[in-house]
Design a protein around this ligand. Sequence first.
Ligand SMILES: Nc1ncnc2c1ncn2[C@@H]1O[C@H](COP(=O)(O)OP(=O)(O)O)[C@@H](O)[C@H]1O
Ligand SMILES: [Mg+2]
Length: 382
Amino acid sequence: MSMEHQDSPVLMMANHVRQPLSPDGVPASVLVVDDNSAKLKAVVSIVSRMGLDISTATSGREALRMLLKQDFAVILLDVKMPLMDGFETATLIHGRPRSAHTPIIFITAEADSDSERFLGYTLGAVDYIFSPIVPEVLSAKVRVFVDLFYLQRKLILQTDELLQSKMLLRQLASHQEMIKEEERKRIAREIHDELGQNLLALRIDASMLHARTGTRHPKLNEKAKYALNQIDATIKSVRGIINDLRPPVLDLGLQAAIEWQVEEFRRRSGIACSIVVRDEHFDRDLDEKGATALFRILQESLTNIIRHAQATQVEIDLNRDAGRFYMKIADNGIGIQDGNRKKTNTFGLAGIKERIIMFGGDLRIDSAEGNGTVLTVSIPSN
Ligand SMILES: Nc1ncnc2c1ncn2[C@@H]1O[C@H](COP(=O)(O)OP(=O)(O)O)[C@@H](O)[C@H]1O
Ligand SMILES: [Mg+2]
């Protein structure tokens, strides 16, 4: 490398250097490695126009030491250095996991004699520049890597943001789900206590009226009979509304609620449905939230079976072990067609998944076209 080149590393420099834009305002770090202080200075002065955070090293060893403490967006590496040249340094840099993918721009004066060794570096984030250095060329090469680095950082920041908002949405959904369940429970209870009690009182009166008017007042008796029927129909529909909101049988435990729900399902759909309880204390110490979640998942699954499965048989399997409650719902229907599983405008299966995630549980859906569907959920028991 001749001295003239080092002393006059081309001074014509365009003023309109586009600076790479850091996504978070923190400038990228660049490491310049050169044993020749004049060339080091010249390179630094070119790169420093780009708003970067520049570190320097005067030997390969020093560079390696610095790389232990810090990550760089790109390293500008002089090829010709005593003791350890640029290629050896690069091999060591890329041999370390932390800097395995750090881009390197080799700076060399002897294109021809080094060209063979460059061949070994044609893969990956490596480039080279020949002295005398043309500032615009160096800037352009550095910018490519810095732009990439910033893009990567932007992606990381955006991914973080996305993950955070996803978590927030999940918490919000779970919170709303909880509020909804509490509301349903409260309204169901209120309807039961207020409407239900009044209806019962009314029924007693109507029934008495009906009994007393028996033969003496046939017309009145008929009216009383009619009122009694009306009251009975109303009691039935009130009970239906309460069950739709939240079946009171849930207070007796999940197993009781599932048995009730399955009876309803058989009646409504005419589909055979069996329950296998593998542990007689299946729902012991399952708290109300867990019981409600599993119950709602069962309801959603049974609704799906009625609506989509064309099944003739359903089997529900309940089990537990030391750490988990398990519920398996299997149908012998047409199975979930591939495209249907992730429909974007439906929230049945998605809702099940979210509920389960919030409980730290697991969801599995096994389904092959024509071979039915098996939905297995489990939640931790504490
Ligand atoms: N048991 C099942 N058998 C066959 N297909 C099903 C079953 N459960 C769900 N699917 C399919 O998966 C889709 C998504 O279900 P879901 O998320 O509950 O939405 P929705 O019931 O509102 O359509 C359904 O539209 C249906 O095509
Ligand atoms: Mg559904």
